[in-house]
Ligand binder design. Structure first.
Ligand SMILES: O=C(O)CCC(=O)C(=O)O
Ligand SMILES: [Fe+2]
Length: 461
């Protein structure tokens, strides 16, 4: 078998595919040309409907006085306590002294780099708090404001992770939270009302920024309260510089508790409004014989990234449909409800040995440690249930070992494929290295049959 260089799941060049500039595709594009106007309209319509709901929720919440009491042990084995609703400067100094400098994950390694993260941290084994999100309204916030539709009724496991303390000039630059399991979907941060200024939590999605000034929010409340932020862990966030005082926070990891094999989960659905609109648009497309008269394979780049276990395993992506978030859940759910077979795939664009090939598969290509190349063939891709995508290159522009055994499939990107996660440098930074799990950019692919026989094509064969 020939080996080739794989350009990972990158896809920037794939955009040109829809334009089909190659004259060899002329005969293929004849019907495409006929249906060109409605097709573009349909895809544009879909694009407009697949919007990111708010991937974070923030606010303040009053809690009983005892919930502000923190017990912790020092390195010398001494046990101390303080009331974080009225902590003195000295008490906060002592707490900071009992913390270790916070490291963070760069790739699969934990590093200390104070130009990226300057804060103190304490592991959950070293302190106790009475705050149990399941016993407060915090979990309702996660359910009602972060999750949508059916998802909000699912079993959620909330795991206390760390205590962080930020003194003057401390911060944590832009990062995403490292997945600690294939079922982890979110993070919850609780900020105590200790005297401090700055340390805003800043979220960025889709080029938009949201700035949560927890310190200011806490000053507006009369009862002892905490500030909170809950968000999908793959959303970029940072803690801005603390200008005065000490900011103390707790972090929790949020998992779906029901994705283990054997537990049946109703597929996630989205908010009725966006769901109904998108469902209506898909139905209109199916009922219009002039749109995609010969059927179509649609690829939806997902708006979120998802945790996978780093192994070459046939079950590699089988959990993902159970942890889809927001708009991704909506796309999957609408097609599934209508009787189609949406499937989650990875996408590869491989170049090398005289050509290039693009394909979807449901398991990762594993690079042998001794080479930057990987062995894969068309046969293997098909055996794994993959889809070889019609490329932008001519027929001859095909890598060795990739004879065309059957026609490649024309795939339409509903929106441009995402730039590979691995290429976005800030995303290489997690809040702590975690061996074995990583986020991946993934795609929902669905095959739609020709007019009159829309349900005929199965995505998974
Ligand atoms: O302390 C905070 O507000 C959040 C810190 C954070 O983002 C993290 O620990 O991953
Ligand atoms: Fe974080």
């Amino acid at each position: 078998m020939e080996s080739h260089t794989v350009q990972s799941e990158q896809a920037a060049t794939v955009e040109s595919q829809n334009a089909s500039p190659n004259p060899k595709h002329a005969q293929v594009s004849k019907e495409a040309a006929e249906a060109a106007v409605p097709r573009d309209e349909v895809l544009e319509n879909f694009r407009r409907m697949i919007v990111l709901g708010s991937p974070y929720a923030t606010g303040t919440l009053p809690l009983p006085p005892s919930d502000f009491v923190l017990f912790y042990t020092t390195e010398a084995g001494e046990t101390r306590s303080l009331d974080l609703a009225q902590a003195s400067v000295e008490q906060l100094e002592q707490l900071a002294d009992a913390c270790a400098p916070a490291t963070f994950g760069r790739g699969q390694q934990d590093v200390l780099d104070e130009s990226y993260r300057r804060a103190g941290k304490m592991d959950s084994s070293q302190f106790t708090t009475r705050i149990v999100p399941e016993r407060t309204e915090l979990l309702d916030v996660v359910r009602d404001e972060l999750l949508e539709g059916e998802q909000s009724k699912r079993l959620i496991i909330c795991e206390l992770y760390k205590l962080n303390i930020y003194g003057e000039n401390a911060f944590f630059k832009a990062h995403i939270d490292t997945p600690r399991g294939t079922n982890m979907f979110g993070s919850l941060v609780v900020i105590f009302p200790t005297q401090h200024e700055g340390g805003n939590l800043i979220f960025r999605t889709d080029g938009q920024e949201f700035n949560f000034d927890a310190a200011a929010a806490l000053k507006t409340v009369t009862e002892p309260s905490i500030a909170y932020a809950t968000f999908f862990s793959d959303i970029e966030h940072e803690v801005a510089v603390v200008t005065t005082g000490k900011r103390v926070s707790l972090t929790f990891n949020l998992y779906f508790g029901d994705i283990e094999p054997g537990i049946s989960v109703s597929p996630p659905t989205a908010t009725p409004a966006s769901y109904d609109a998108f469902c209506g648009a898909v139905e209109a497309m199916l009922n219009n014989d002039d749109v995609f008269p010969n059927g179509i394979t649609l690829a939806f780049p997902m708006r979120h990234v998802y945790p996978v276990k780093l192994s070459d395993n046939r079950e590699y992506l089988s959990h993902v449909h159970k942890i889809l978030k927001g708009p991704d859940a909506m796309v999957h759910s609408v097609f599934e409800t209508l009787g189609f077979q949406p499937r989650v795939y990875m996408f590869y664009h491989m170049r090398g040995f005289g050509g290039q090939v693009k394909f979807f598969i449901r398991r990762p290509l594993v690079f042998p440690p001794w080479a930057s190349q990987v062995e894969v063939s068309e046969e293997l891709v098909r055996e794994w249930g993959g889809i070889v995508v019609r490329g932008s290159g001519p027929d001859e522009d095909r890598p060795l070992g990739w004879p065309r055994s059957r026609p490649d499939e024309e795939v339409y990107w509903v929106s441009p494929p995402k730039i590979a996660l691995e290429k976005q440098t800030f995303l290489a930074y997690g809040n702590q290295a975690c061996m074995g799990y990583a986020y991946r950019s993934l795609y929902i692919v669905v095959r739609i049959g020709p007019a009159g026989k829309r349900m005929e094509f199965k995505t998974w064969v």
